[in-house]
Design a protein around this ligand. Structure first.
Ligand SMILES: Nc1nc2c(ncn2[C@@H]2O[C@H](COP(=O)(O)OP(=O)(O)OP(=O)(O)O)[C@@H](O)[C@H]2O)c(=O)[nH]1
Ligand SMILES: [Zn+2]
Length: 321
C-alpha cells in the first residue's frame, strides 16, 4: 500500500458509518452515507475483489478519505433482482419492493420482455405493476389495452398515464403508489421511462450528472443503474419517503439462477395446476396427463406464457457457472 494511502487510512480509519448504495459503475459505488451524524456522498470500493454489492444495498462502511470509503458489510436484503449478462446473472438492484414495467401505446412493446420481467419479480418476491404511458395517442389505445388485458387478468395492475400530455394526472396516479416503496422502473427504449422519471423525480438530471462525475463514468451517463431518494415532503405523502431506481436501457433480467421449482411458481397462473400432474416431478413439457399442458390446451393458460416457461427452463439448463 502506498505511503500516502496509509496515512489517509490512519486519519479516517476510526470513522465508520452506514449508507445506501445509490449508483454502481463497475466495481465503484456511490454511497449516500451517514458518518457521525453527517450526511455525505462517498465513492466506495469493496474489500478485495468482491463485487456483490448492488444499487439499493444498505451497507456498513469505513471512511478512507473525506469523500471515499470501503464497504465492509452488506446488510441483510429484503429482495434481490438480477440482470442478464450473457448466460450469467449479475446483480441489478437490492431491497426493491416493487417493479414498474413501463410500456406505451407506441412504439409497440415485446410481450416476451414483459413476461420475463414478471417472472423476475415473482421469483424475487417483488410486486409488479404495468404502467401504460402515452395514453394521449388515442388511435393505439384500445389495441394496447387489449394486449395488456392478459396481464391484468393475471393480477398485475395496469396504470394508464401520459407523461407528456397529462403530467399532473400522471404524478397524481403514480405518487401514492410510489410512497413508502422502493420502486425500480424498467422499460424498452422509447416507452417514455425517462420522461416519467423526470416528472416524478425533481432534478433527476442534476442528480445523474453528479453521480456520473463522482463515479467518473465519462460520457456514459446513462449506462449505470441509479437510485433517487425522494422525501415526498412537498406532497400530501409527507412522511413516506420513496426510492426510485432507474435502470438504463431495457435490462434483460437474469433468470438463469432460477431453479425449475422457482420457475413454475413464478408463472402465477400455473399455481392451480401444480401438484396435479400425473408425475410428481413433471416438467410440464411433453409429459402425458400434465395438468399444466391440459390447461394450455383449454386456453386457461396462454400458450405464449407456457412457451416462455419452456424457453426459460431451457435457458436455465444452459448456464455456464
Ligand atoms: N405522445 C407522447 N409521447 C411521449 C409521452 N411520454 C414520452 N413521450 C415521448 O416518447 C419519446 C421517448 O421518451 P423517453 O422518455 O426518452 O423514453 P425512454 O423510455 O426513456 O427511452 P430511452 O431514452 O430510449 O430509454 C420521446 O420523444 C418523448 O417525448 C407521452 O405521454 N405521450
Ligand atoms: Zn405437468
Amino acid at each position: 500500500m502506498a505511503e500516502h494511502n496509509k496515512q489517509d487510512r490512519k486519519q479516517h480509519s476510526n470513522q465508520a458509518g452506514s449508507g445506501l448504495v445509490i449508483a454502481a459503475h463497475g466495481r465503484h459505488y456511490l454511497v449516500q452515507a451517514t458518518i457521525e451524524g453527517k450526511s455525505l456522498k462517498l465513492q466506495c470500493v469493496t474489500r478485495g475483489k468482491k463485487s456483490d454489492v448492488a444499487v439499493g444495498d444498505r451497507v456498513q462502511l469505513k471512511l478512507t478519505s473525506p469523500n471515499q470509503g470501503v464497504i465492509e458489510a452488506i446488510d441483510e436484503r429484503r429482495s434481490l433482482l438480477y440482470r442478464s449478462d450473457q448466460y450469467k446473472s449479475k446483480l441489478l438492484a437490492a431491497n426493491v419492493t416493487q417493479l414498474f414495467i413501463v410500456v406505451a401505446t407506441e412504439p409497440g412493446f415485446a410481450d416476451d420482455l414483459i413476461s420475463r420481467a414478471l417472472v423476475a419479480a415473482e421469483a424475487a418476491g417483488v410486486t409488479a405493476h404495468i404502467v401504460l404511458n402515452k395514453t394521449d395517442i388515442v388511435e393505439a389505445l384500445e389495441k394496447t389495452r387489449q394486449r395488456l388485458h392478459m396481464y391484468a387478468a393475471l393480477g398485475y395492475p395496469v396504470h394508464e398515464v401520459s407523461a407528456r400530455a397529462f403530467p399532473e394526472q400522471t404524478c397524481a396516479t403514480l405518487a401514492p403508489l410510489l410512497a413508502g416503496q422502493s420502486t425500480i422502473l424498467i422499460g424498452q427504449s422509447g416507452m417514455g421511462k425517462s420522461s416519467l422519471i423526470n416528472l416524478i423525480v425533481p432534478d433527476a438530471d442534476i442528480a445523474v450528472r453528479e453521480i456520473s462525475a463522482a463515479l467518473d463514468t465519462g460520457k456514459h451517463t446513462t449506462t449505470f443503474t441509479r437510485l433517487y431518494e425522494m422525501d415526498m415532503a412537498d406532497t400530501s405523502l409527507d412522511g413516506h419517503p420513496a426510492n426510485i431506481i432507474d435502470s438504463p436501457g431495457f435490462q434483460e433480467f437474469g433468470l438463469y439462477q432460477l431453479s425449475e421449482g422457482m420457475l413454475e411458481r413464478a408463472f402465477v397462473e400455473f399455481s392451480p395446476y401444480l401438484g396435479k400432474c400425473k408425475f410428481y416431478n413433471c416438467h410440464h413439457l411433453i409429459e402425458p396427463s400434465c395438468a399444466v399442458l391440459e390447461a394450455v390446451k383449454e386456453n386457461k393458460i396462454a400458450a405464449m406464457r407456457h412457451q416462455l416457461y419452456v424457453q426459460l427452463l431451457h435457458e436455465s439448463s444452459q448456464k455456464l457457472y
